[in-house]
Design a protein around this ligand. Structure first.
Ligand code: C5P
Length: 243
């Protein structure tokens, strides 16, 4: 069955064997995988090389927040491994993001995405770390969260990033702000009828794409399903209905 490159399956496992078993089970159904810090630490870069050699795209979710020189070094290594997407924290500011973008230039397929606000964070969480917004929102809802997301997304675009990571709820506002060409990758999606789990701002994949997301990241709804290929088919069917 043909894969849908808008769907990225997050390989959130603590060992290479489990990740490879899942990739083998999904076969040609999925050609885009996210590797995060847990799996990278457990399995090392060899798994990424195997995924790329097998014709898959890899989103390496490094969530970089370091001095620009170190960020650039990590991005270069990611590019040399053949990955397609790498993440950097928007909160790190223009210097860090620009360094990542400059380092990625040697790798034509590599896209640098900025993290805005992690999907588990609410306005209250932002206030706890000193981000309170301009006060133009209601002060109680998602106003300051969205304000912060838009602010960081604009900063990321100005630094040359190819796109952002954001929750489905922010996709519409971001598409308006960033324009048609920017990538908007949304984790925090749940299958229709599924539990949103720990995502404070979860939505369905179809809703996310309809709102402007270019890609959706799905983890446990597929990887922990009793039948992962069937769960992925459900996800794709949900997206197809939205066309
Ligand atoms: O919840 P799920 O298993 O679908 O998570 C898939 C990916 O979404 C994770 O690898 C994580 O990076 C991201 N995520 C997120 N915010 C959360 C939970 C997960 O960005 N609150």
């Amino acid at each position: 069955m043909e894969s849908d490159h808008r769907i990225i399956v997050a390989l959130d496992f603590d060992n290479r064997r489990a990740a490879e078993d899942l990739v083998d089970r999904l076969g040609g159904q999925c050609r885009f995988y996210k590797v995060g810090l847990e799996l990278l630490t457990a399995a090392g870069p060899g798994l990424i090389e195997r995924l790329v050699a097998g014709g898959n795209e890899v989103f390496l979710d490094l969530k970089l927040f370091e001095i620009p020189n170190s960020v650039a070094g990590a991005v270069r290594v990611a590019g040399a491994l053949g990955v397609s997407m790498v993440t950097v924290h928007g909160m790190g500011g223009t210097g860090i993001m620009s360094a990542a973008v400059a380092a990625a230039r040697d790798f034509p397929r590599l896209r640098v995405l900025a993290l805005t606000v992690v999907t588990s964070m609410t306005s209250a969480d932002l206030a706890d770390v000193g981000v309170t917004g301009s006060g133009s929102g209601s002060g109680s809802g998602s106003g300051s969260t969205e304000e912060q997301v838009v602010r960081l997304a604009k900063l990321a675009q100005g630094a040359g990033c190819h796109g952002v990571i954001a929750s489905p709820q922010e996709a519409r506002a971001l598409r308006g702000v960033l324009g048609a060409d920017s990538l908007i990758v949304t984790p925090g999606v749940a299958l229709p009828g599924g539990s949103p789990g720990e995502h404070a701002r979860a939505d369905t994949p179809r809703a996310a794409v309809a709102a402007g997301a270019s890609h959706v990241v799905v983890g446990r709804a597929v990887t922990r399903a009793a039948d992962p290929p069937a769960a992925l088919r459900l996800l794709r069917a949900d997206l197809e209905r939205g066309k």
